[in-house]
Design a protein around this ligand. Structure first.
Ligand code: GSH
Length: 215
């Protein structure tokens, strides 16, 4: 029995929702309201599951898993056949590298708690916060776009089938769009996002399709 603690707009939870859908795994979804009422991620009950106060958290038969990259690779290994990372060691390293470019080097800098800390603790005004957000998207997407100029890139980040890199990329593109950033300057990223978003697994995982989605 799989239970996912998720928030509809969380791109880290969105990654895991895509992975679960690609793997065809059914799960119970428990929404964690990150924004209103001070944020349920800070409650004692949630911190007991995830001391970082971050979503996602996955429970598999009572075992608590945190960190989206670890969760996705766990799902791929525990519920075969593996499809999120390639078997070949070099290809696997490429896919993990693309995934980490988003999950380790873009997302943490533009995360909710960072933007809130800038606003409330550092008193940074909205135009400067928007500049911060755009800077880290641009820095990361410029590098990713360059890295994707490879014969190994296909309809998706690696070949024609979606995998770990796409589970990370598509939520980051959605996140950028929700901040009114046009992704046209990164045509390969844009093309891959358009393709993935046409697939049922990505549509099922989309923020707007979640039970806790609000306008
Ligand atoms: N590295 C973590 C990042 C998780 C994360 O940053 N989650 C965000 C939502 S995308 C969150 O829970 N933020 C709550 C907050 O900022 O207070 C992962 O990949 O699981």
């Amino acid at each position: 029995m799989l239970t996912l603690y998720s928030y509809f707009r969380s791109s880290a939870a969105y990654r895991v929702r895509i992975a679960l859908a690609l793997k065809g795994l059914s799960f119970e979804l428990i929404p964690v309201e990150l924004v209103r009422h001070g944020g349920e991620q800070h409650s004692a009950a949630y911190r007991a599951l995830n001391p970082q106060s971050l979503v996602p958290t996955l429970i598999d038969d009572g075992v608590i898993l945190t960190q989206s990259l670890a969760i996705m690779e766990y799902l791929d290994e525990a519920y075969g056949p593996a499809l999120l990372v390639p078997k070949d060691a070099r290809a696997r390293a490429r896919v993990r590298s693309l995934a980490q470019m988003v999950a380790c080097d873009i997302h943490p800098l533009d995360n909710l708690r960072v933007l809130r800390w800038l606003a409330h603790d550092m008193q940074v005004e909205k135009p400067a916060r928007d500049q911060w957000y755009l800077h880290w998207i641009k820095t990361g997407f410029d590098a990713l776009e360059a890295r994707l100029q490879s014969p190994e890139t296909g309809l998706c980040s690696h070949g024609d089938a979606p995998g770990l890199a796409d589970c990370c990329l598509i939520p980051q593109v959605q996140n950028a769009r929700s901040h009114s950033i046009d992704v046209s300057p990164w045509p390969t990223i844009k093309r891959i996002a358009e393709h993935c978003n046409s697939l049922a697994a990505f549509q099922a995982a989309h923020p707007d399709a979640q039970p806790d989605a609000t306008s």
